[in-house]
Design a protein. Sequence first.
Length: 191
Amino acid sequence: MKLILASASTRRAEILHAAGFSFSILSSAIDETPYPSESAHDLVKRLAVAKAELVAARTAGPAIVIGADTEVTLEGHIFGKPRSTDDARHMLEKLSGRTHAVVTGVALIRLPDADRRTFVESTLVQFAQLSPEEITRYLATGEPHDKAGAYAIQGRAGRYIPRIEGDYFNVVGLPLAHVTQALAELGWSED
C-alpha cells in the first residue's frame, strides 16, 4: 500500500522522511482562505480534508493519502502565512511575550474503500519577549515568510521559544505520533 503526502510542505516531508516512512508527494493546492468567523480548529480540519480528498481523487490503487494544514491562533485570531514583511512583523509583535496555540488538522484517506481518520492536534507555544531589533533581524533571515505565524520553531525562531506544551512536531507541521497511530488504525504497515 502506497503512502502519499498531499502537501508541498518540505517540513512535513522532512518529518515523515526522518521517521523512516517511504512515501510520495502529490501537490494539493487549494484555496486556504478562512470562512467568515471560522475557528482555527474548523479551518485546519476543513483544509486537511480538502487536500486529502483532492489527491485521493487523483490516486489509483491501494494507498493512504495524508492531508494536513497548520495555523497559529491567539485569542481567536488566525495567523496564517504572512502576505508581506510588514504582515510578518505584525504577527511577531502580537506573538511576542505571549503563549499561543498551533493547531494542525490532519485527514488520512485509505483507498480504495475511502475509510478515513481526521483529527486536530493543538500545542501551546510560549514566545519570549522580542525587541523590535530582534524582530527586524529575524525578518531579514527570510525564514518567516512561508510559515504560519511567521516563524519556524525548528529554525532560528527556536531561540525565542522557551516552552511548549504538546507535540513539537505539531508545531513544525505534522503531529507524527498521532499520524502514526491513525495509519495503524487504517491498516498501514511498512512491510
